[in-house]
Design a protein around this ligand. Structure first.
Ligand code: MLC
Ligand code: AMP
Length: 472
């Protein structure tokens, strides 16, 4: 199947440009470079990509799609432990990077500079829809991140559903500055533009001023951001006003606070479209371009998606807009399982085949969904990044002075939640040392913002830490 949309009725625009952080390529130019990548990696089981916000990342990912080789985006700031885990667990045979962008480490697969590869013609062998396109590493509640297998068919279904709901066409100019190693920035923000055929202006980083400039100078019409980005846009009213000429502002990856929704609507004249998704499910619920947008609500199931709510006993909860339950989904955009983890994959489904999101929601009689929380305190969302408490706890416990550690998300005005740690440790560990210790091992956003040194952690009769009692 052609994931890049050449088989769609509208087809891509002849003049489609993909511009990342000020450097652009035409669609044809990008496909030539991607074909050079495809020729180099053909036959590999999987390849990793040092996923900076760059044209090289896009060429490498598209090269993987052309070759039918699963691509593992490697967050560029991931620490050595995280990187070693992702490379080892995925079995990536090669590591693609822009020339000079990656400092090779011990045990890394061979490094291939994307810039040095020739240009070529795309391979003509069709790749089946159930083939894995991407392996995205994402945090669970405990342990190291898991590789989420995302098939080509899931991506195509997810993108087509969004294009329909958002009336996204080749006439749009998509603008965002999100990282290119997660669903939001990479799947929606790059593969979406390529499949729909709309030009892409990636601003390098999601800065308010850069969004404003893209609206004014590049005809930006469709804008993506996580809530932290929209809140920062609102903090620069001139930038928010510059978005008045846009067609649609979309928020997702974390809850959009109601005051941010309202302020953005006031300043930009656009009530933002909020949508809800996960790495494992892509986007399943969204407000529509041709419909209502309600602050605090994430919208209606996308075409092809079924949702239901389950109580703690597993029984279905009524869709009365009030009774919360775990949101469960069935949809064509669901993942193909966790790599090397059949038990975790099985545990994420109910016996009757629905995916358990772990998010607590209500559904109104009119079908509108509201996310009210998470079933587990062990998943934290900070600035739109998903962070597993267990991974941070393990990093803290690796410090010789640390005896016990418990990590939770606490409210943060800019990031939604911040990582906060409670630690029992010997006198040689102070807050700064421990924050730096984690930062050296994991991505910068996973390090605790605050470390409370405590004498003991609250535990129940079974000896398990009761996280809801931390800090009280
Ligand atoms: C940056 N920092 C963070 C952080 N982002 N710390 C905690 N949580 C975060 N999210 C760190 C930086 O490393 C830096 O550390 C310091 O905070 C100050 O950074 P900043 O300059 O203020 O932040 P910035 O780099 O501008 O990043 C903020 C951000 C970024 C919002 C742009 O967090 C971001 O790009 N978030 C998007 C995440 C995303 O795409 N999620 C989608 C997941 S897919 P230091 O040490 O340098 O001071 C998904 C599915 C779906 O969820 O539904 O879409
Ligand atoms: P990730 O796997 O990084 O995509 O994170 C998925 C999680 O992000 C979901 O399980 C939700 O908890 C959260 N999330 C995504 N979009 C929204 C939204 N619009 N509102 C509230 N939470 C969201």
């Amino acid at each position: 199947m052609d994931l890049l949309g050449a088989d769609l009725p509208d087809g891509p625009r002849e003049d489609q440009e993909i511009r990342i952080d000020g450097r652009g390529l035409t669609r044809a130019g990008l496909l030539e470079r991607a074909a050079g990548v495809a020729a180099e990696i053909a036959g590999a089981d999987a390849v990793a990509v040092h996923a900076t916000a760059s044209l090289e990342t896009v060429a490498a990912v598209v090269g993987g799609l052309l070759a039918g080789v699963p691509v593992v985006p490697l967050p560029p700031d991931s620490g050595p432990d995280e990187r070693a885990h992702i490379l080892g667990d995925s079995g990536a045979a090669l590591l693609l990077a822009a020339r000079g962008a990656y400092e090779p480490g011990e045990g890394d697969p061979p490094l291939v500079p994307v810039d040095d590869l020739g240009r070529g013609d795309a391979p003509s062998t069709p790749v089946p829809g159930d083939a894995t396109a991407l392996i995205l590493y994402t945090s669970g509640t405990t342990g190291a991140p898991k590789g989420v297998l995302i098939t080509r068919a899931a991506i195509a279904a997810g993108l087509d559903a969004l294009a329909e709901a958002w009336q996204w066409t080749p006439d749009d100019v998509l603008v965002h500055g999100l990282p290119l190693f997660h669903v939001h920035g990479l799947v929606l923000g790059v593969l979406g533009a390529l499949r729909v055929g709309s030009p892409l202006v990636h601003t390098g980083r999601p800065k308010a001023a850069a969004y404003a400039a893209a609206a004014q100078d590049d005809g930006g019409s469709l804008f993506f951001g996580v809530p932290t980005v929209w809140s920062r846009v609102c903090a620069e009213p001139g930038a928010a006003r510059a978005l008045r000429g846009a067609r649609l502002l979309v928020s997702g990856s974390a809850p959009l606070p109601v005051p941010v929704f309202e302020r953005l609507a006031d300043l930009s004249g656009h009530r933002p479209v909020e949508r809800y998704g996960m790495t494992e499910t892509l986007i399943t619920v969204s407000a529509r371009a041709d419909g209502d947008r309600r602050p605090g609500y994430v919208g209606l199931p996308l075409p092809g998606v079924e949702t239901r709510l389950a109580g703690e006993d597993g029984a279905e909860v009524p869709s009365d807009g009030e009774t919360p339950g775990e949101l469960q989904v069935r949809a064509p955009m669901l993942f193909g399982g966790y790599l090397n983890r059949p038990e975790a994959t099985a545990a994420s489904y109910t016996a009757d085949g629905w995916f358990r999101t772990g998010d607590i929601a209500t559904i109104g009689p009119d079908g509108w969904h509201r996310i009210v929380g998470r079933a587990s305190t062990d998943l934290i969302k900070s600035g739109g990044y998903r962070i597993g408490a267990g991974e941070v706890e393990n990093a803290l416990l690796a410090h010789p002075a640390v005896r016990e550690a418990a990590v939770v998300g606490t409210p943060h005005p800019d990031l939604g939640e911040q990582v906060t740690a409670y630690v029992v440790a010997g006198p040689e560990a102070d807050e700064r040392t421990l924050i730096d210790f984690v930062a050296e091992r994991l991505s910068a956003h996973k390090r605790p913002r605050t470390v409370h040194l405590v004498d003991s952690l609250p535990r129940n009769a079974m000896g398990k830490v009761v996280k809801t009692r931390l800090g009280r």
